[in-house]
Design a protein around this ligand. Structure first.
Ligand code: FMN
Ligand code: ZN
Ligand code: ZN
Length: 650
């Protein structure tokens, strides 16, 4: 019988523990901050218009808001103006089809949104020229000519964004002529079980050691002698194995140095997630400007939003754009979702061949959306270990960086299987797996319960056991779910599972959370400091999407989506000490802040979010409407629902 293993106890707070300390699950506000009715500064609530929406529709959409209003395409006269003229005051093309009537644009220019163009201030030139809604800083008011701080147009308008795709590549993808190494629909078993880029082989298998064979009924001295002999056998085998691994590493380094693979120049090392603040992939809200905010507030590692392999391989511009990285992001991963190993390998190959700056590829094995699962991707991939393995190997053959695998506890909370799967992944001995991430909820659970850290603890214990018994390299496990304060973060660490944890909604609700974690404090941040964070986001958004009308629209939409999380923060200074820190699933009460701005920022009514956006981006058009993509985060309805999780994707 093998030595009995005792799972570490997990100190994470369970739902029951939280209920004991706060049976109402409602944050308690300090005297003077209670509100029994909607404060005056907020927009009065109106009952939602549910005409035409039946319950079946509601169920089908599972909290996603698919019929959201969208901006009309910009029709302003400046849209058809030649780009060369807008940027550099001259058209470089012989057969240009665009308008060159810049004076018509000057005449039609509406009043500027503000006085200072942040892009011009920072870079000395603004590529949006006469169309910039802060353009008076940098255009000639009569001719509309673009002006430059240095007096001459820049060689290019480099704003620090990497990972663009050439037109040639996009065309090749769209016409299915991109020269991929792997065929479409390569069967999983045809992925050669060698990792070309990772030393030419899979980690050597550890030697087999005769197990400890004693029973409780044996006399003590027999147990002792047998145990000693077993430990000695293990020690010898371990030493021998360590030597094999050293030789393997040496061979790997040599193979890399003299690599005759098509991609010899990149470094190949695993990512060290230990004691790092890692921001989880977040569809829509985890966009590039948001990730720059995360970096500014202390995040170490960032990841793209989920990109669907199938769309990337078809060359869809909007999907390819998801791989963009800002130079502020110094350790950056790309998350891919797909249902078949060849999709992953082909995308990995694309990333490598196009020389994209990607430090790791995260495989999405947790997305609960039907759209993804029905095609075998996301959570469905968790159920197909052989495909998963083939995909990791396939990626390793063409991509020089490591792979991480992000999953849930399982499909259904009644039968979680991450314990088994993670140990299995570890047992494959694939050297390119840098970490596995486990979100402590099942696919069907979505966000209805607190993340199950007891279960994540079991995953860690089983991986520890695997490392001992199978002599496998212990793959780091990164737990995920409900981290909203440095206390939550450290509880996860104390749970003995990992030296890190990743942030998702906590970082959306409190973008300064990385700083709190690094400085181990609850930051009683003021409303004006929070507005400054939003202003930074807006400035990054204008750089990313443009300071013309369309860019403002896009920036505003993404800001409003983010506000559907931001408003859930309750200032430390407004709540009773026992309620600090605010926990993820606690209900935000109706309260009055320390200033009108603070009260406004806590509003659950999207009309108030629009008001805040107007402070930063100017007024919206009269017919502007906004409904968040993740419905459950807007309480723009009269009866306030739980306020805890909502049903968002991931
Ligand atoms: C708005 C939103 C978008 C998400 N998008 C993704 C995604 O693209 N890929 C992914 O693996 N998880 C996604 N997730 C899940 C998160 O990465 C994370 O696993 C989950 O929210 C649990 O962490 P939390 O309780 O700290 O929020 C998303 C979550 C949210 C709230
Ligand atoms: Zn032109
Ligand atoms: Zn400008």
């Amino acid at each position: 019988m093998a030595a009995c293993y005792k799972a570490p106890t997990v100190a994470a707070r369970t739902m029951d523990a939280i209920k004991q300390t706060n049976p109402t699950m409602q944050v308690l506000v300090k005297p003077g901050h209670e509100a029994t009715e909607v404060p005056d500064v907020l927009t009065p609530r109106v009952a939602p218009d549910t005409t035409g929406v039946d319950d079946r529709d509601k169920k089908k959409n599972k909290g996603q808001n698919k019929k959201r209003p969208r901006d009309a395409k910009c029709t302003e006269v400046g849209k058809s103006l030649c780009l060369g003229l807008i940027r550099n005051n001259k058209c470089p093309w012989d057969d240009c089809k665009f308008s060159h009537d810049i004076e018509a644009v000057v005449v039609a220019r509406p009043q500027d949104v503000g006085e200072t163009c942040v892009i011009f201030e920072k870079f000395g030139s603004c590529p949006f020229g006469v169309n910039c809604r802060w353009g008076s800083t940098h255009i000639n008011p009569i001719t509309g000519a673009n002006l430059f701080k240095t007096g001459a147009p820049p060689a290019d308008y480099d704003m620090g964004v990497k990972n663009g795709f050439s037109i040639k590549t996009q065309k090749a993808l769209r016409s299915r002529k991109y020269p991929f190494f792997y065929e479409r629909n390569t069967p999983p078993d045809q992925f050669t079980p060698t990792l070309t880029l990772w030393g030419g082989q899979i980690l050597p298998k550890p030697p087999v050691v005769a197990p400890l064979n004693v029973s409780k009924r044996d006399p003590d001295d027999v147990i002792e002698a047998q145990t000693k002999a077993y430990e000695e056998r293990m020690a010898v085998a371990k030493k021998e194995y360590e030597q094999t691994l050293l030789e393997f590493e040496k061979k790997k380094t040599e193979a890399i140095a003299s690599s005759n693979t098509p991609f010899p120049k990149k470094t190949k090392s695993l990512i060290d997630f230990e004691n790092k603040v890692y921001i989880a992939p977040l569809t829509t809200v985890g966009n590039l400007p948001f990730r720059r905010i995360m970096k500014k507030y202390g995040a170490d590692i960032t990841c793209s939003e989920m990109a669907l392999c199938a769309n990337l391989l078809q060359g869809q511009a909007s999907e390819l754009a998801l791989l963009k990285r800002h130079e502020d992001e110094d350790v950056f991963g790309v998350q891919l979702a797909g249902g078949h190993p060849d999709q992953f390998s082909r995308c990995a190959e694309l990333i490598e061949k196009e020389d994209l700056e990607v430090d790791f590829i995260d495989m999405n094995c947790g997305c609960p959306l039907d759209l993804v699962c029905d095609k075998g991707g996301g959570s469905a991939m968790m159920q197909k270990a052989n495909k998963l393995k083939a995909a990791v190997i396939g990626i390793g053959n063409v991509f020089s960086g490591p792979v991480t695998i992000k999953m849930r506890t399982g499909w259904d909370e009644k039968k979680p299987f991450a314990v088994k799967l993670c140990r299995q992944i570890q047992g494959w001995g694939l050297p390119n797996v840098a970490a596995v991430m486990v979100h402590g909820r099942s696919r069907t659970q979505r966000y209805s319960r607190l993340a199950d850290y007891d279960y994540i603890g079991q995953v860690g214990a089983s991986m520890d056991r695997g490392a001992k018994e199978d002599m496998a390299r212990r793959i780091p496990l990164i737990p995920n779910g409900d981290v909203m304060s440095f206390v939550d973060f450290e509880e996860r660490k104390r749970a003995g599972v990992s030296n890190t944890a990743m942030l998702a909604r906590g970082a959306l609700i409190k973008p300064w959370l990385p700083t709190e974690i690094k400085e181990r404090r609850h930051w009683d941040i003021s409303a004006s400091e929070r507005l400054d964070i939003m202003r930074d986001f807006v400035n990054f958004g204008l750089e990313q999407w443009g300071s013309d009308k369309q860019g403002i629209n896009t920036t505003r939409r993404f800001l409003l989506e983010w506000q559907s999380f931001l408003h859930r923060y309750i200032p430390v200074g407004c709540i009773v000490e026992g309620s600090v820190p605010q926990r993820m699933n606690e209900r935000p009460p109706l309260f009055v802040g320390r200033s009108d701005l603070e009260t406004l920022m806590a509003s659950d009514n999207s009309a108030d979010w629009v008001k805040i956006s107007e402070m930063l981006l100017g007024r919206v058009d009269d017919d502007f409407k906004f409904e968040p993509k993740h419905k459950a985060n807007s309480y723009a309805k009269q009866d306030r629902d739980g306020g805890g999780g909502g049903k968002v994707e991931g």
